[in-house]
Design a protein around this ligand. Structure first.
Ligand code: HEM
Length: 458
C-alpha cells in the first residue's frame, strides 16, 4: 500500500491583521471563511468591540463547554438573527428559542432515536442505489465524457434521502414538482444573506431579502398540501407511513397537546433546509479528499470490500467513519455558530459583557494550532485508536454541542456511511483535470466552483 504523503487541502490563507470595517463587510459577502486572522487560529478567546456591537470568538474547549452546556441558558440564539431567518424557516426547531424550542425538541427527539435510525438506513440505502445507477450511466457513457459535478449529484441524492425518510412515497403530490419546488426553495434559502446568519444589524442593506418571496409562498402551499393529505389519512384510520410527517402530526407534549399546523409546517421546511446541503457538502468534500489521497482511498476501498456482504444497516466501518470525521474537521458544513450573552458572565477567566455576540467557529476550532497537530493536513488517522482518545472534548464540533446539538447527527452519519459504501464499492472518483477547488460559505460550506469529477468503474 502506498505511504501517505502529506496533503494540505485548499483553504483561504489567514490574514496577518484583522480586516478594516469595510473590507470585513465585503469579505463577509464574498466568503466568510476569508475573514480570519492568524491570531484566530492561535488564541483561545478573543473579544472585539466594533462600532456596531461587541463580539467574542471562542476556541477554548473548556469555555465552549461552559457556553453550550453548563451555562447554556445564558447563551441563547440571537433573536435578531432568528427574526431574519424566520421568513424562510418559520419557527421550527432551528429557529425557536426558550420554552418553545424545548417543547419541540422533546417532541421530535424520539423520531431520531437509534432504533429508528436503523429502520431509516434501508430508505437511505435505496436512494443511494438510485444515485449509483445514475453515476454508472456516466461512468459508462458512450461519448467518452465521464465527468459529472459530484456536488450536484450529492445534492440530488441527499434530497431524495430526505424525501423518502421524512415524507415517504405515495403522498398526494407530484414528485417532480416537489423536487423542483424544494430546489427553488433551497436556492432562495441559499441566497439568505450571511450578514443575517452572523447577526449583523438589521439596518445594513440585504438585497437578497427581496428576492424569492414567490418561491417561498409556493413551497409553503406544497407543504400545506402534504400536511392536509396526511392528516386526512390519519383521521380516517388508514395506516400511515412511519415517517417524520406522521411523527410530527402524532407527537404529544407532556400536557397532551399536539404541535400546531404551523409548527408542523415550519419543521418540515426546517428539516429540508437543515438536512440537505449539510450532508451533501460533507459527502462531496469526502469524495474530493479521497481523490487526493491514494493511500486513504486504497484503505477505505479495502475496508468496504471486506464488508461488502453486510446489509444496509451495517455501519461499523472505522476507516470510513474516520475519513468522514476528518472531512468534517477540515470542511465543517456549518462553519460558525453564534449565541448572545443575556447576562455578563466569566468564561475561562475572561469577562463576557451582557449583549456580546459569542461565536464558536468549528472551522477555526478544527484548525486551531493549540488543539491539533499539523491542523491543515488531511490525516484521518487522528480519529483512530490512541490518537482519537487524545482529541480534547469539544475540540471537534461539526454537529454543535449541548442541548442544541444537531438532532440529525445519527441520521447524517448513517446516511454518509451508507452512501460511501455504495459509491466507493463500485466507482473511483478523480478530480477533473484543472478543476479549481476552494471552500466557500453560502449558509453551508460548499465547493465554490462545484466539484467536477471523472468517474470510473472499479
Ligand atoms: C453532515 C451533516 C450535518 C451537519 C454537519 C450538521 C450540523 C449541525 C449543527 C452544527 C447544528 C447546531 C447549530 C447551532 O447550535 O447553532 C445543527 C442543528 C440542527 N440540525 Fe444538523 N447537521 C447535519 C445534518 C442534519 C440532518 C441530516 C438533519 C435532519 C434530518 C439535521 C437537522 C438539524 C436540526 C433540526 C437542527 C436544530 C437542532 C436544535 O436547535 O434543536 N441536520 N446541525
Amino acid at each position: 500500500m502506498l505511504e501517505p504523503s502529506a496533503f494540505y487541502p485548499p483553504a483561504p490563507t489567514p490574514h496577518r491583521a484583522p480586516l478594516g470595517p469595510l473590507a470585513l463587510l465585503l469579505t463577509i459577502r464574498r466568503n466568510v471563511l476569508d475573514i480570519w486572522t492568524e491570531a484566530d487560529f492561535r488564541l483561545p478567546i478573543q473579544l472585539r468591540k466594533t462600532i456596531v456591537d461587541r463580539r467574542a470568538l471562542i476556541s477554548d474547549p473548556v469555555a465552549i463547554r461552559h457556553i453550550f452546556v453548563d451555562n447554556a441558558r445564558n447563551y441563547e440564539k440571537n433573536e435578531l438573527q432568528l427574526r431574519l431567518l424566520r421568513p424562510a424557516l418559520g419557527v421550527g426547531l432551528v429557529t425557536a428559542n426558550g420554552d418553545a424550542w424545548r417543547r419541540q425538541r422533546q417532541m421530535l427527539a424520539p423520531f431520531f432515536s437509534p432504533p429508528r435510525m436503523n429502520a431509516l438506513a434501508a430508505a437511505q440505502d435505496a436512494a443511494a442505489a438510485q444515485s449509483a445507477a445514475r453515476i454508472a450511466a456516466v461512468a459508462q457513457a458512450a461519448n467518452g465524457d465521464r465527468t459529472l459535478d459530484i456536488a450536484d449529484e450529492m445534492g440530488r441524492l441527499t434530497l431524495e434521502i430526505l424525501e423518502h425518510t421524512l415524507f415517504s412515497a405515495g403522498l398526494d403530490y407530484v414528485p417532480s414538482m416537489f423536487q423542483k419546488t424544494v430546489a427553488q426553495y433551497l436556492e432562495t434559502l441559499g441566497r439568505l444573506d450571511y450578514l443575517d446568519l452572523i447577526g449583523m444589524p438589521d439596518w445594513l442593506p440585504r438585497w437578497n431579502r427581496f428576492k424569492g418571496r414567490r418561491t417561498l409562498r409556493f413551497a409553503a402551499q406544497v407543504v400545506d398540501g402534504m400536511i392536509d393529505a396526511r392528516r386526512r389519512m390519519l383521521d380516517s384510520g388508514e395506516s400511515a407511513p412511519p415517517d417524520l410527517l406522521t411523527h410530527l402530526l402524532s407527537a404529544r407534549d407532556p400536557a397532551g397537546e399536539a404541535l400546531s399546523t404551523r409548527e408542523v409546517h415550519d419543521n418540515i421546511v426546517t428539516f429540508i433546509g437543515a438536512g440537505h446541503e449539510t450532508s451533501a457538502n460533507a459527502l462531496t468534500w469526502t469524495l474530493y479528499l479521497l481523490s487526493q489521497s491514494p493511500h486513504w482511498r486504497a484503505r477505505v476501498e479495502a475496508e468496504i470490500d471486506t464488508f461488502a456482504h453486510e446489509g444496509p444497516h451495517f455501519a461499523d466501518l472505522p476507516l470510513v467513519r474516520a475519513v468522514i470525521e476528518e472531512t468534517l474537521r477540515l470542511y465543517p458544513p456549518i462553519p460558525m455558530m453564534s449565541r448572545i450573552a443575556r447576562e455578563a458572565d466569566a468564561v475561562s477567566g475572561v469577562t463576557i459583557p451582557a449583549g456580546t455576540i459569542v461565536t464558536v467557529a468549528p472551522y477555526v476550532l478544527h484548525r486551531h494550532e493549540t488543539l491539533w497537530r499539523e491542523p491543515n493536513r488531511f490525516d484521518p488517522a487522528r480519529f483512530l485508536g490512541e490518537q482519537r482518545a487524545q482529541i480534547a472534548r469539544h475540540a471537534w464540533l461539526p454537529f454543535g454541542a449541548g442541548g442544541r446539538t444537531c438532532i440529525g447527527m445519527g441520521f447524517a452519519m448513517s446516511e454518509m456511511i451508507v452512501v460511501l459504501r455504495h459509491l466507493l464499492r463500485r466507482f473511483r472518483f478523480d478530480l477533473a483535470p484543472g478543476h479549481p477547488v476552494m471552500p466557500q460559505v453560502r449558509v453551508t460550506m460548499r465547493p465554490q466552483y462545484g466539484m467536477k469529477m471523472r468517474v470510473r468503474l472499479r
